[in-house]
Design a protein around this ligand. Sequence first.
Ligand code: 5GP
Length: 191
Amino acid sequence: MNLLKEKILKDGYAIGSNILKVDAFLNHQIDIGLLDEIGKSLHERFKEDSITKILTIEASGIALAVSTAQHFDNIPVVFAKKTESLNLDEELYTSEVESFTKNKSYKIMVSKKYITSADKILIVDDFLANGKAILGLKEIIDQANATLVGAGIVIEKGFQEGGDIIRDMGIKIESLVTIDSIEDGVVKFRD
Ligand code: 5GP
C-alpha cells in the first residue's frame, strides 16, 4: 500500500532496530484519509470470508477495526479491554498478552455476551511483531468456540517471528505493508 509506505517514510521514525513509531498518523494523532484507505484495503482482502465480527485490542486497534467494519455489511466491532473496572460484565473470556513494546504481560478481557460460537472473526491490529497479541485474541476466540478467519495487519515487521508462527498455524494473515529491516533509522520494505 503505497500511501502507507510513503507516510511511514515521511512521518514514522525508528527506535533502535526493532520499534517503529507511527504516533504522527496512526497511534496518537490519526490521519483520517489514510485510516479510510486502510479500512478499504483490509476489507478488500477479507470480503469473501463471511466475517460476522471484527475483534481488536484497545486502544490503537479500535479506529482501524471501525474503519474496516464500515465496508462490510453491518458487522460489529468488539475490542478486548485491558483494564478491569467495576462496570465490566462478570462473565468474561480472558487471556494474557506479552507486550513487545512494554516488555510486560497484560490481561485482555471480552464479555461473553459479545462473541458466540456462531461468529466468524477477523482480528485487526496495527502491528504484527512476535504474534502475542493475535495469539491472545485467538485464545479468547477459542474459549468462545468461535472461528478465527484471519488477521488483517497494518504493519508487519517481517524480521520478527510472529508472521511465521501464525501462518504456520494455518491462519490467514494479510499485512498492508511488511518491513524487512530497520537499520540506523532507515526502514526497508519487503518488495
Ligand atoms: P506482537 O503481539 O505481535 O508481538 O506485537 C504487536 C503489538 O505490539 C501491537 O498490538 C502493537 O501495539 C505493539 N507493537 C509491536 N511492535 C510495534 C512497533 O514497532 N511499533 C509500535 N508502535 N507498536 C508495536
